[in-house]
Design a binder for this molecule. Sequence first.
Ligand SMILES: [Zn+2]
Length: 65
Amino acid sequence: MAKTYPTLPAGPVICPNCTESGNPIEMERDNLDVDYLAEQAPERGTEFQSYRCPDCEYVAVFRVR
Ligand SMILES: [Zn+2]
């Protein structure tokens, strides 16, 4: 069962956790090793990028293409 990831938004990535508590924080690019996701991706050439919230440490993974 392949997990699906949202496509990276064109604008800034906002932390959903902090938004819920009324304080939208822009997430920063993270260097999480996401190569294993590309290997499992149903389409070849898919790349992933992780983002981390500098405030609450929430990590989100997006499809870059
Ligand atoms: Zn946050």
